[in-house]
Write a new protein. Structure first.
Length: 267
């Protein structure tokens, strides 16, 4: 089982082809010979085991992750699903679970699949890869430049030369190809139905609904969301096609929801 963006449990996708599911994470940090810290960022393709990205990043901050992912999207195309844990910068502890990264993925049409908290085995293929990666990190090199060179050599060997048991002793490159979904030059805007109650998220993450201010998520600042009534009479908020919460009209707050098909909107 895995967590959807609404916090509800969904079946975890089994990779069916290249670029169906990409897994990403940060490998535990190490201290280099010069005293600096490296916390490698890794992305693998779940079907072919191809190593999409490996970088000697110094932190888990969004500012280091997004440029690396953008480069991967431009080089390899877009995956259908990205699987991650529930840590920053991939997910937040807020009601929506959204971060700047996951908002960006939604706009690109990528589904974010989060594993259950405390269950790294749900991302088992990627976790096993991290064990293999240790050979490129021990003993710690003297500098970040030296670590980056070691990683570059590891990527070439891992993708193009090293046989993989799950691939019939073939290397990952033999089973990988780029995605037909190219990185767009411009991010799309949501196409909500004309009957939807569309609201722009304020700079503090709030929208105005029925005279009340409802806090959604600061990561959505400047974006537009739709408020629609569900079959059971609740007001559901969604961003693009992703339900992000239900407005609790008694408390004027957003609470987590399971996906529900909208029926009509506030007149």
């Amino acid at each position: 089982m895995a967590l959807g963006l609404d916090g509800g449990r969904d079946s975890q996708a089994v990779p069916q082809h290249a670029n169906h599911v990409w897994a990403l994470d940060h490998k535990g940090w190490i201290r280099l010979g010069d005293g600096s810290r490296v916390e490698p960022f890794t992305v693998t393709d779940g079907f072919s085991r191809y190593l999409i990205s490996l970088a000697a990043t110094g932190s888990t901050q969004h500012a280091e992750c997004q440029p690396l992912l953008e480069r991967a999207f431009r080089e390899h195309g877009l995956p259908q699903i990205i699987r991650s844990d529930n840590g920053s910068p991939f997910a937040s502890t807020g009601t929506t679970g959204l971060t700047a990264l996951s908002v960006w993925w939604i706009k690109l049409g990528i589904r974010h699949e989060r594993i259950d908290p405390g269950h790294p085995q749900q991302n088992g293929r990627h976790e096993r890869f991290h064990l293999t990666l240790l050979e490129a990190m021990r003993p710690p090199p003297p500098t970040k430049t030296a670590q980056a060179r070691r990683f570059a050599a590891f990527v070439r060997d891992y993708n193009d030369e090293r046989p993989h048991e799950a691939l019939g002793q073939r290397p990952p490159a033999s089973a990988y190809h780029s995605s037909p979904r190219a990185m767009p030059s411009r991010l799309p805007e949501p196409d909500y139905p004309v009957e939807a109650a569309v609201r722009q998220v304020r700079s503090n993450g709030e929208i105005k609904w029925r005279g009340e201010l409802i806090h959604l998520c600061s990561a959505l600042a400047g974006e537009t969301v739709a408020v629609e009534e569900t079959a059971d009479g609740q007001w559901q908020v969604r961003f693009f096609s992703v339900p992000i919460g239900i407005i609790d009209q008694k408390t004027s707050t957003l609470r987590r929801c399971a996906s529900a098909a909208p029926q009509r909107t506030e007149p």
